[in-house]
Ligand binder design. Structure first.
Ligand SMILES: C[S@@+](CC[C@H](N)C(=O)[O-])C[C@H]1O[C@@H](n2cnc3c(N)ncnc32)[C@H](O)[C@@H]1O
Length: 551
C-alpha cells in the first residue's frame, strides 16, 4: 500500500514534464486547424508554450495557461516570446468559477497532472467532484486528477475544436475513467490514441498515450468513435499528425461502450469473440463459479509464518496450511507435497489462527507471541483494531479453488488439494454445478486469457489484476475433466518451457474439445499475446521475459 507521507513533492503535484519533441508533435496537429485561441491547463515549465512559439502558430491570438506551482509558472512565462499570461492558480477552480463564462477555446493542449484523488488537498477533491456533478457524470473517489482536467478541457473546447494531450494509458481500461470514456465518445467526432510500445515517462513507470480528439461541430453530428495506432518508437513524432488523424480506422458502437480494450483487436478478432460468446459450451465465469476475497489478516508478517516461528513459539496447534503468494504455487494444483516443500524451504506457509476471545484463556506461549504483536502495535492497525479481538482473524474458511489476484502472464485457477487457507492476495472460488478439476483445467486457454486481459486492469510494472466483478465477465469454455486429466495438465504446466507453449497445448485440448478450429485457436492466441506484450512493455520497449516464471 502507498502512503502520502512517502511520496515525493514531484509526484504529489504530478510534475512529470513532456519531452519537447512530443509537445511539438501535438502542437503541429492543432496547427492544422488554424486555432485562434489555445488553453494549456497545467503548463509546468512551459514546454507546450515554447512549442507553440517554435512551430509558428501565426493564427493564435489568445493563449491561456495555468500552473499551480509558482516557480514553474514563472519559468513557463519566460519560455516563450508570445504574450501569454501564465496564471499561477488552480485550473479546476478557474474552470468552475470563471472559465465557462469566457469564450471557448479552439484548442487545448498539455499533460494534466497524474495525482491519486486521495492525495489531493480537500479543496481540490471537492473541485474534482463538482466537475463530474456539473457534467452529470458518475463520480468515484478512485478517480485521479487527470480525469477532471480532461473533462473540463473538452467542455471548454468550441465545437470542432481540438484537444491534444499526453494522458495515462489507463484511459483504456481503468474503471474510474469510464465517465471520461463516455464523455469523450459523446462529445467528440473522432478520438485518436497513439499508443507507444515503450514507456515514455521512465520516472513514473506510468504508461502514457497521446490523445488527439476533435469535438463535434454540432450536437447531432454522428461520432466516428475511437482509433488506436500502436507506435513502435519516437520515430512517429516525425510523421504528419494530421495525416495519421485523417487516415486512422475508427471504431464505434458497442465496442467502445465500456473499456476501450476491444479497440486493440482487429475486426476479425472481435467478430470471432462475439461468435464464441454465443457458443453453448462457453460460459461467463459468473455462471460457473462464485468469487470471494481471501482471508484478511491485517498483518501478514505476524499471522503467516514459516515453520521456524511455529517451532520457536510452540504454536503447532494454531498453525494451518496456507498459500497466497505467487512463489507458493508452482502448478495448477496445490498439493500436500507442495505445502511440505514450501515449509521445508522456509516460506511463510503457516497461518496462525487464534480463535479464543479471552486472552487469559490462552496458554503462556501464545500470550507471549501475541505480546510481540502488541509491541509492534499491530492491534492499532486498521484491520486489526476494527475487530472485537484484534488477533482473531475473521471469515476463516478454505475454498476448493484459489486464484491469485495478480498475474504476470495470465491468471490461472489452482485446485486446493491441501485444503489450505488463502490470504487476500488470492480469491476463494466455489464452482457451481461443475467439478473443481474440470473448472481448473478448462480455465487455462487463450480465449479465457484474452478476455481476462480485456476485463482486467494493469499498473506500472505490467502486472494484470482482476477484481471479482471483472473475473465474473471472463469467458470460460467448459469441458469435462477428471482428476487424472488435471494432474497430467499440472505436470505439463510445471515442465513447460514457456507460458505461451503451455497455453497452446491447452488450446488444443480445451478449445479443440468444444470444436474451435485450429486457425481460430491460433487467432485467439495471437490476440492474447498482442495484449499481454503490450502490458509488459518496458521503458526501452523490450518485451518482458517470455519464459515461465513464478507469477
Ligand atoms: C504532468 S505536469 C505537466 C506539465 C506540462 N504541461 C508538461 O507537459 O510538461 C502537470 C503540472 O500540473 C501542475 N498542476 C497540478 N495541479 C494543478 C492545478 N489544479 N491547476 C494547475 N496546475 C496544476 C503541476 O504543478 C505540474 O506542473
Amino acid at each position: 500500500m502507498n502512503f502520502i507521507e512517502f511520496e515525493t513533492e514531484q509526484k504529489l503535484r504530478g510534475g512529470f514534464y513532456t519531452e519537447p519533441a512530443i509537445a511539438s508533435f501535438l502542437i503541429r496537429w492543432i496547427k492544422a486547424s488554424n486555432p485562434k485561441s489555445v488553453l494549456e491547463p497545467s503548463c509546468g515549465d512551459g514546454v507546450f508554450l515554447q512549442a507553440i512559439d517554435e512551430e509558428s502558430l501565426k493564427s493564435v491570438k489568445r493563449i491561456a495557461a495555468f500552473e499551480l506551482n509558482k516557480v514553474e509558472a514563472k519559468k513557463a512565462s519566460c519560455r516563450t516570446h508570445l504574450p501569454v499570461l501564465v496564471q499561477n492558480s488552480d485550473f479546476l477552480l478557474w474552470y468552475l468559477f470563471n472559465g465557462q463564462s469566457e469564450d471557448q477555446f479552439d484548442a487545448v493542449v498539455g499533460n494534466p497532472p497524474f495525482i491519486r484523488y486521495q492525495y489531493l488537498p480537500t479543496k481540490q477533491q471537492l473541485l474534482a467532484e463538482r466537475i463530474f456533478a456539473q457534467l452529470r457524470l458518475p463520480f468515484t473517489k478512485h478517480t485521479n486528477a487527470w480525469v477532471p482536467f480532461v473533462l473540463a478541457s473538452i467542455k471548454l473546447l468550441r465545437p470542432g475544436g481540438r484537444l491534444a494531450m499526453v494522458i495515462p494509458s489507463e484511459i483504456f481500461h481503468i474503471p474510474h475513467a469510464q465517465s471520461l470514456r463516455r464523455y469523450l465518445a459523446e462529445q467528440c467526432s473522432k478520438i485518436l490514441i497513439l499508443d507507444p510500445e515503450e514507456i515514455w515517462f521512465e520516472d513514473t513507470l506510468q504508461g502514457t498515450v497521446l490523445l488527439l480528439a476533435e469535438k463535434k461541430r454540432t450536437v447531432s453530428e454522428k461520432g466516428l468513435g475511437v482509433a488506436i495506432i500502436p507506435v513502435k518508437s519516437r520515430q512517429v513524432l516525425a510523421c504528419d499528425p494530421e495525416d495519421l488523424f485523417q487516415r486512422a480506422a475508427y471504431t464505434n458502437g458497442a465496442t467502445i461502450e465500456g473499456k476501450w480494450m476491444p479497440v486493440f483487436l482487429s475486426v476479425s478478432e472481435r467478430s470471432l469473440l462475439s461468435e464464441l460468446r454465443a457458443c453453448k459450451d462457453i460460459k461467463r465465469f459468473v455462471d460457473v463459479a462464485s468469487v470471494d476475497v481471501g482471508i484478511v489478516t491485517g498483518a501478514n508478517g505476524f499471522f503467516l509464518v514459516p515453520d521456524a516461528t511455529v517451532r520457536e513459539h510452540s504454536l503447532q496447534p494454531w498453525a494451518h496450511p496456507m498459500f497466497g503468494r505467487s512463489d507458493h504455487v508452482r502448478g495448477l494444483v496445490y498439493s500436500d507435497g507442495d505445502h511440505e516443500t514450501n515449509k521445508k524451504i522456509g516460506l511463510p506457509a503457516n497461518f496462525l489462527w487464534f480463535e479464543e476471545e479471552e486472552i487469559k484463556n490462552l496458554p503462556k506461549n501464545v500470550r507471549a507471541y501475541l505480546e510481540i504483536g502488541l509491541n509492534q502495535k499491530l492491534h492499532t492497525r486498521f484491520k486489526c483494531r476494527t475487530r472485537k479481538t484484534w488477533y482473531k482473524v475473521p471469515s476463516v474458511y478454505s475454498a476448493p479453488i484459489a486464484m491469485l489476484k495478480r498475474a504476470h502472464h495470465y491468471p490461472r485457477l489452482v485446485l486446493n488439494g491441501a485444503d489450505a487457507y488463502t490470504t487476500d492476495t488470492a480469491y476463494r472460488i466455489q464452482p457451481l454445478g461443475i467439478k473443481p478439476e474440470a473448472l481448473v483445467l478448462s480455465f487455462v486457454n487463450s480465449l479465457t486469457c484474452l478476455t481476462a486481459e480485456m476485463e482486467g486492469r494493469h499498473y506500472g510494472g505490467g502486472v494484470l489484476e482482476l477484481v471479482p466483478s471483472e473475473i465474473e465477465r471472463v469467458l470460460v469454455p467448459i469441458i469435462k475433466a477428471t482428476e487424472a486429466d488435471l494432474k497430467a495438465a499440472d505436470r505439463r504446466f510445471r515442465s513447460a518451457k514457456s507460458n505461451s507453449e503451455f497455453l497452446r497445448m491447452q488450446d488444443s485440448i480445451v478449445l479443440g474439445k468444444i470444436g474451435v478450429s485450429r486457425s481460430d485457436q491460433e487467432a485467439l492466441h495471437a490476440a492474447w499475446l498482442k495484449l499481454r506484450d503490450r502490458r509488459h512493455r518496458t521503458p526501452s520497449g523490450e518485451i518482458a521475459e517470455r519464459a515461465i516464471e513464478a507469477e
